[in-house]
Design a protein around this ligand. Sequence first.
Ligand code: HEC
Length: 138
Amino acid sequence: MNSSVKIVLAAIVGSTLAILLVSSAVAENKAKLTAKEVMQKFHKAPKDVDPVCKKASEGKATKEEIAQLVAAYRDMASDKPVKGDAASWKEKAAALLAATEALQSGAADGVAKYQAAVNCKGCHSVHKPAPPKAAVIR
Ligand code: HEC
């Protein structure tokens, strides 16, 4: 093999690797939900519709919904907090994930664990950023 062929081959291998690395990073970013998206998808619902978190708190969520919750909370638990202390976030998000996994496994205390872990105010008071002040009307 002459040296210019080697250089061309090396360039092809190098750029293919770079493309693979970039595309896998993009795919990972896309698949992961942020805390905000988790809230909007599972903790919030239109008027007269129960959000998934409410159904789960009442032991009424379907297997499918619980599986989606587990995946969503796993994303949240592996993410950094948008606000507040990282150790506190880890603890709260991990508790929420563990409680939902208990719910998924059908454990007798699954619902009680979920109710305790999905404490909106307990988490928001530490980790939810304040709304922008610009909306205040004087
Ligand atoms: C483990 C922590 C945690 C728990 C528990 C939690 N939240 Fe949140 N929530 C957050 C964080 C963090 C944000 C801010 C996300 C952002 O602005 O990026 C948020 C934001 C929200 C928002 C605003 C979303 C938006 O569009 O900006 C809603 C609505 C919400 N939460 C509902 C709830 C409800 C209802 C519960 C209880 C049933 C709850 N959350 C429990 C962490 C939590």
